[in-house]
Design a protein around this ligand. Structure first.
Ligand SMILES: [Cu+2]
Length: 461
């Protein structure tokens, strides 16, 4: 993470002065910028009230400054470059050097002041999704405030009233600005003990988004409504998404918000989680039940909690199978069962690099070294200790280890399975398939439409 001052030049200062009062200008905190997609360690608060910080995989939390009891942040909306996974970098719009923007962490009851500087080529605004605040701080361009013109800085100020998981994003030219990656997470921690919010050992937060970037291109197609080809956790795709590394027995919270264009059933392996909170706040204990897949609709936030009981490398992924694929796969014709014998040579005379693909399914593509255009990712990729992972998109691993140090979020490497606990090839005898005994002749069924008309609700069954 690097510090960079945007307000070095006198011209810029003069421009900003037009939209910010003199008092605020004097107090404008230096914006902090992140470069690179590495996961930042939890930002332990050194001023303001204490809390248990979150970790944003492949992201970071925004430092603040206390100014006469007010927590001050500086967001800069600007064009950014984001590596989606090694081999592909997208040209997006985001905040403070990255998409998603930095996670903002405050404490219930904090007075918060956020300076928003617009370095985009068009106007913007910031909507604080899910917060209780004065109407004029809601960030709806044209409705509750003038749009923030390019080059200007606006100030938002409100009290973080209720604890929970929130998001921020522009409200105005949303189709374009969300498609370009403008979004971030906001966590309001409870002040002290809360009857419905437990203290956890690991607290992760993930923002779901989708992009449509043609293979070889770097800028998303902003008019796409349905056919996105990249499905992201914190604007990263597998294998670029860092694993969630936890200690066995840790109480884990995963907070997920969805700012894509469709719902995502997020599935965890080897464990069950309970939704302890939604966009509306903590869920009463009587309203919680265990699940292994939680569907997260567009605009929703969910908090899932569980104890990481089982050691291993456990996938956490969207269960829509196209959402665990990367850019190249979605338009490939289905060739299963098509016999190419005798055709390949003839076809190669016309199309020299013609190759047979997908005759037996597409698993081969996980291993295949296909020539790709620059700056794109294979449909399915990633390697594990046993071979190709054949995944992409919204997929990562939760690594549970006995010897992971308390508070250590580092990657412990691949799981070492205890002897005899891995699925293996059966090398013994294969008995001949047993024949099912011939079934007794079945009663002839009567088609529904010739049945006697029902005389009532009783007596017919
Ligand atoms: Cu999905």
């Amino acid at each position: 993470m690097k510090r960079r001052t945007f307000f070095g030049g006198a011209a810029v200062t003069a421009m900003a002065a037009a939209s910010v009062s003199k008092v605020a200008m004097a107090a404008l905190p230096e914006p902090v910028t992140a470069e690179g997609p590495e996961t930042a360690p939890p930002l332990v608060p050194t001023s303001g009230r204490p809390y248990n910080p979150v970790v944003t995989p492949n992201g970071w939390s925004l430092p603040w400054r206390m100014n006469a009891g007010v927590k001050e942040f500086h967001l800069v909306a600007e064009p950014v470059e984001r590596e989606l996974a090694p081999g592909m970098t997208a040209r997006l719009w985001g905040y403070n050097g990255q998409s998603p923007g930095p996670t903002i962490e405050v404490v219930e009851g904090d007075r918060v002041r956020i300076f928003v500087t617009n370095r985009l080529p068009e106007h913007t605004s910031v909507h604080w999704h899910g917060q209780r605040l004065p109407n004029g701080m809601d960030g709806v361009g044209g409705i509750t405030q003038p749009h923030i013109p390019a080059g200007k800085t606006f100030v938002y100020e409100f009290e973080a009233k209720r604890p929970g998981t929130f998001m921020y994003h522009p409200h105005g030219d949303e189709m374009v600005q969300l498609a370009m990656g403008m979004m971030g997470l906001w966590i309001t921690h409870p002040k002290g003990a809360h009857p419905l919010i437990e203290r956890v050992d690991r607290d992760f937060c993930i923002l779901l988004a989708s992009y449509d970037i043609a293979p070889g291109a770097a800028t998303p197609q902003v008019n796409t409504m349905l056919d996105f080809n990249l499905w992201t956790f914190n604007t990263r795709v597998f294998p670029g998404i860092e694993s969630l590394n936890v200690r066995q027995g840790d109480k884990v919270r995963i907070r997920i918000g969805n700012l894509s264009m469709t719902n995502h059933p997020i599935h965890i392996h080897g464990h069950e989680y309970v939704v302890t909170g939604t966009d509306g706040g903590p869920v009463p204990k009587t309203g919680r039940w265990p699940e292994v897949t939680v569907d997260i609709g567009v605009g929703q936030m969910r908090q899932m909690e569980f104890v990481a009981e089982a050691e291993g490398d456990w996938p956490l992924h969207c269960h829509k199978s196209h959402h665990t694929m990367n850019a190249m796969g979605h338009d490939v014709p289905t060739m299963i069962g098509v016999d190419h014998r005798g055709l390949v040579k003839k076809l190669q005379k016309i199309v020299p690099d013609y190759m047979v693909m997908g005759e037996r399914g597409m698993a081969d593509m996980g291993e295949m070294e296909m020539p790709l255009p620059d700056n794109t990712l294979p449909m399915m990729t990633g390697r594990g200790p046993f071979g190709a992972a054949e995944m992409g998109g919204m997929f990562t691993l939760m690594k549970v280890r006995k010897d992971q140090k308390r508070g250590d979020y580092g990657d412990p490497g691949w799981f070492r399975h205890p002897q005899g606990t891995v699925a293996r090839e059966w090398t013994g005898e294969l008995p001949a398939p047993a024949r099912r005994p011939a079934a007794a002749p079945q009663k002839k069924s009567v088609p529904l439409d010739v049945r006697k008309p029902s005389r009532g609700h009783h007596g017919d069954h």
